[in-house]
Design a protein around this ligand. Structure first.
Ligand code: 13P
Length: 217
């Protein structure tokens, strides 16, 4: 199963970075990258500082896992996103504090800040609640990711997607920052939201410089 060069090391690298910066803690979170005939995902419950590429688990198109360990408990959600979104080649999932907190309020992130457009549109949706790792959780995430590259997962955290692992991780950092800023603003009142025209202009400018480009699926 071939993976783009360097991506397996980057999978571990971004989760280590997430732990180092405090955006994610312990063994929560997981990440994957598309491969020929399937994808490669982090194993379940192994500390990132004890993980190397040989610990990663391969899942083929039939959902058969191979490797030294059990795959992430959320492998099915990753698989279903890859099946549904040909424009996604990498997925990062975090239990980052502000995204998890906002997701427990079951709030979308509205256009309170122009950077919301970084996920591909004028808001970042919060997926309906479903038990982690289930088909229902995959359905909810796929719906919330429509025309977007990121979403919150109710009472859980966030998912960010990209063409590369680094791109998905960078987006996860942006989404966590936006969740933090939005929560902060909500403690002081109701933020003034940008209107459709203002957000359309931002999205057009982002496209011009090659930022998030949602597909129509
Ligand atoms: P895994 O270690 O099984 O990937 O689980 C971590 C997680 O974030 C579950 O939501």
């Amino acid at each position: 199963m071939a993976v783009r060069s360097g991506e397996q090391q980057t999978l571990i690298g971004v989760l280590l970075d997430a732990q180092r910066t405090g955006i994610n803690r312990g063994t929560s979170g997981n990440a994957s990258v598309r491969a020929t005939g399937g994808f490669v995902i982090t194993p379940t419950s192994i500390p990132y500082d004890q993980m190397d590429p040989s610990d990663l688990v391969k899942i083929d198109d039939a959902g058969i896992a191979s490797g030294l360990h059990r795959p992430s408990s959320e492998w099915l959600v990753h698989q279903r996103i890859y099946q549904h979104r040909s424009d996604v080649n990498a997925i990062v999932h975090l239990h980052s504090p502000s995204a998890a907190a906002l997701s427990s309020l079951r709030l979308d992130i509205p256009p309170f800040h122009y950077m919301v457009a970084v996920a591909g549109g004028s808001d970042i949706k919060c997926a309906d609640y479903a038990t982690f790792g289930t088909d229902e959780a995959a359905d909810a995430a796929i719906l919330a990711l429509a025309n977007r590259y990121a979403c919150l997962l109710s009472n859980h955290g966030l998912i960010a997607c990209g063409d590369t692992v680094r791109q998905a991780y960078n987006l996860s950092i942006e989404v966590e920052s936006l969740a933090e800023q939005y929560l902060l603003a909500r403690t002081a009142g109701m933020p003034v939201l940008l209107n459709d025209l203002e957000m359309d202009e931002v999205i057009a400018n982002f496209h011009g410089v090659g930022d998030a480009r949602p597909s129509n699926n």
